[in-house]
Ligand binder design. Structure first.
Ligand code: HEC
Ligand code: HEC
Ligand code: HEC
Ligand code: HEC
Ligand code: HEC
Ligand code: HEC
Length: 342
C-alpha cells in the first residue's frame, strides 16, 4: 500500500484555503506561481502517519491480542496475590511492580490489596510518536536494562523489549549462589533461584559454574549462545499466532519462531536433558540434599553438593528443558553430575 504523498495533501489543503479566499469581497491580484516542490517519499507500510496508529489501535488488531492474553499464565495465574508482602511485590501484583518500575523500590510495608496483572501492568503511554527515528516503544512502561536483584552490579541488557520480561523473570535475592570452598548451609526447603530464572539462564549467568569437563559458553553478548544473540524472549514467545492459542500475548512459543534457524525439525530439549536431569535428581536424593519430589533439605553440605542443588533448581524452575541456553544448561548439568560422582 502506498500512501498519498505529501504534495497531494498540500494541494488538497491549499484548495480548501482557496475556497475560503474567494468569499473575500475584494480579491487581491494573482500571485506568482510557486516553484514545484520535490516529490515526497512514499511511506513504508505501517510505519508512517496515522495509518500506522490505526494498524495497532484498531479492534481487529486488538481482538487476537486480548484473546491470547486471556489464555496466558499472566492472566490466569493467582500468584499475584503474593504481592501483599513487600518481599514478593516487585514481581507479583500490579501495585508493587509499578512502584518498583517507577521508584526503584516497593512499599516497605507491602500492600493491603493487590490487582492481578493487566495490560496496564506493562503498558502505559508512548514516550515518543517519532517511531521512525526513535524506534517503537510499544507504549511499554520500561524496557531499559535491568539491574539484577541478586547481583545489583549486573545490568542485564537484551537490547529491546525483552528487558520487560527480565524485570520479573530473574532469581530473587533470597539465597546466595553457593561459591568458594567452605561448607554451605542450606536454610530452607525453598532454597534455589525463585522462581523464574529464565532471563539469567538465557544470559548465561547465575548458575553455580562448577569446573568440569563440559566447557561454559560465556555470558551475554560475548557468549557462545545463539538463542541469546539471535533470538529473544519476545521473538520466541510473542510471534504471530498459529491457531489463536499460541504466540502474541499468550506467551506460548511458536514453532515459526524456531523455523528460521532449525527448519522443520525443531528440537524440544537439549540432547539428553531429561535423562541427565533424572541422573542429577537421583544423585542429590542419595546425598540427602533433596527429597524425591525435588524440595531442598535444610542442612550443611560440601559446597559442590549445594552448588549441584542450585543448578538442579535453576534448570527445574527455568522450565524450558534447557532451550533458553542449550550450551550453558548442558554444562551446568554435566559438571554437576561429574562433581557428585567424584
Ligand atoms: C506497535 C503498536 C502501536 C502503534 C503503531 C501505536 N501505538 Fe499507541 N499504544 C500501543 C499500546 C500497546 C498502547 C498501550 C495501551 C493500550 O493498549 O491501549 C498504546 C497507547 C497509546 C495511547 C495512550 C493510551 C490510550 O489508549 O489513550 C495513546 C494516546 C496512543 N497509544 C496513541 C497512538 C498514536 C497517535 C499512534 C500513531 C502515531 C500510536 N499510538 C501508534 C501500541 C501502538
Ligand atoms: C510483572 C512481572 C512480570 C513481567 C513483566 C513478565 N512476567 Fe511472565 N510471569 C510473571 C509471573 C508472576 C508469572 C506466574 C503467574 C502465575 O502463575 O501466577 C508469569 C508467567 C509467565 C509464563 C507462564 C509460565 C507458566 O508456568 O505457565 C510465561 C511463558 C511468561 N511469564 C513469559 C513472560 C515473558 C516472555 C515476558 C516478557 C514479555 C514476561 N513474562 C513478563 C511475572 C512477569
Ligand atoms: C524477582 C521477581 C520475583 C519475586 C521478588 C518473587 N517472585 Fe514469585 N515468581 C516470579 C516469576 C517470574 C514467577 C513465574 C515463573 C514461571 O512461571 O516460570 C513466579 C512464580 C511464583 C509462584 C507460582 C509458581 C509456583 O511454582 O508455585 C508463587 C506461588 C510465587 N512466585 C510466590 C512468591 C512469593 C511467596 C514471593 C515472596 C516471598 C515471590 N514469589 C517473590 C518472580 C518473583
Ligand atoms: C507482561 C507484560 C505485558 C502485558 C501484561 C501486556 N503486554 Fe502488550 N506487549 C508487551 C511487550 C513486551 C510488547 C512488545 C512486543 C514486541 O517487541 O514485539 C507488547 C506489544 C503490544 C502491542 C503491539 C504489538 C502488536 O502485536 O501489535 C499491543 C497492541 C499490545 N501489546 C497490547 C496489549 C494489550 C491490549 C494487553 C492486555 C490485554 C497487553 N498488551 C498486555 C508486554 C505486555
Ligand atoms: C529460543 C527461543 C526462546 C527464548 C529466546 C526464550 N524462550 Fe522461554 N521458552 C522457550 C521454549 C521452547 C519453552 C518451553 C515451552 C514448553 O515446553 O511449553 C520456554 C519456556 C519458558 C517458560 C516456562 C513456560 C511454561 O509454560 O512452563 C517461561 C516462563 C519462559 N520460557 C520465559 C522466557 C523469558 C522471560 C525469556 C527471556 C528472558 C525467554 N523465555 C526466552 C523458548 C524460548
Ligand atoms: C537464531 C537462530 C535460532 C533460533 C531462532 C532458535 N534456535 Fe535453537 N539453536 C540454534 C543454534 C545455533 C543451536 C546450537 C546451540 C547454540 O548455539 O546455542 C540451537 C540449539 C537448540 C537446542 C539444543 C539442541 C541440542 O541438540 O542440544 C534446542 C532444544 C533448541 N535450539 C530449540 C529451539 C526452539 C524450540 C526454538 C524456537 C522456540 C529455537 N531453538 C530457536 C539456533 C536457533
Amino acid at each position: 500500500m502506498k500512501k498519498i504523498n505529501l504534495i497531494g495533501l498540500l494541494i488538497l489543503a491549499s484548495s480548501l484555503l482557496f475556497i475560503q479566499c474567494t468569499s473575500d469581497p475584494i480579491p487581491g491580484p494573482q500571485g506568482e506561481a510557486g516553484v514545484d516542490g520535490t516529490d515526497g517519499t512514499n511511506g513504508v507500510d505501517g510505519v508512517d502517519g496515522t495509518a500506522s496508529c490505526v494498524a495497532c489501535h484498531s479492534k481487529s488488531h486488538r481482538d487476537p491480542i486480548n484473546e491470547t492474553y486471556a489464555l496466558s499464565g499472566h492472566a490466569t495465574g493467582t500468584s499475584y496475590q503474593r504481592g501483599t508482602s513487600a518481599s514478593c511485590a516487585q514481581c507479583h501484583g500490579e501495585e508493587g511492580y509499578l512502584d518498583y518500575i517507577t521508584k526503584g523500590e516497593v512499599n516497605a510495608d507491602g500492600y493491603t490489596s493487590v490487582s492481578p496483572m493487566s495490560c496496564t501492568t506493562c503498558h502505559d503511554k508512548h514516550s515518543t510518536f517519532d517511531f521512525d527515528n526513535d524506534g517503537h516503544d510499544f507504549a511499554l512502561r520500561s524496557f531499559d536494562p535491568v539491574w539484577l536483584v541478586l547481583d545489583p552490579t549486573y545490568a542485564l541488557d537484551f537490547d529491546g523489549t525483552s528487558n520487560n520480561c527480565a524485570t520479573c523473570h530473574q532469581p530473587r535475592n533470597s539465597y546466595a549462589i553457593p561459591a568458594g570452598t567452605a561448607d554451605y548451609e542450606v536454610t530452607s526447603s525453598r532454597f534455589g533461584p525463585h522462581h523464574g530464572p529464565q532471563a539469567t539462564l538465557l544470559e548465561g549467568i547465575m548458575g553455580a559454574n562448577i569446573v568440569g569437563s563440559e566447557g561454559y559458553p560465556g555470558a551475554g553478548p560475548d557468549g557462545d549462545n545463539t538463542h541469546r544473540k539471535g533470538a529473544s524472549c519476545v521473538s520466541c514467545h510473542m510471534g504471530e499466532t498459529t491457531d489463536g492459542t499460541d504466540g502474541l500475548h499468550s506467551w506460548t512459543p511458536t514453532e515459526d519462531a524456531c523455523a528460521s534457524c532449525h527448519g522443520t525439525s525443531i528440537p524440544t530439549e537439549v540432547t539428553g536433558f531429561a535423562a541427565d536431569f533424572q541422573t542429577l535428581h537421583d544423585l542429590l536424593v542419595a546425598e540427602g540434599a533433596i527429597t524425591a519430589t525435588g524440595s531442598t533439605v535444610s542442612g550443611t553440605y560440601p559446597v559442590k553438593v549445594a552448588q549441584a542443588v542450585w543448578n538442579y533448581k535453576t534448570l527445574e524452575e527455568d522450565k524450558s528443558n534447557g532451550v533458553h541456553n542449550p550450551k550453558y544448561s548442558k554444562a551446568l548439568l554435566k559438571n554437576s553430575i561429574e562433581a557428585l560422582q567424584n
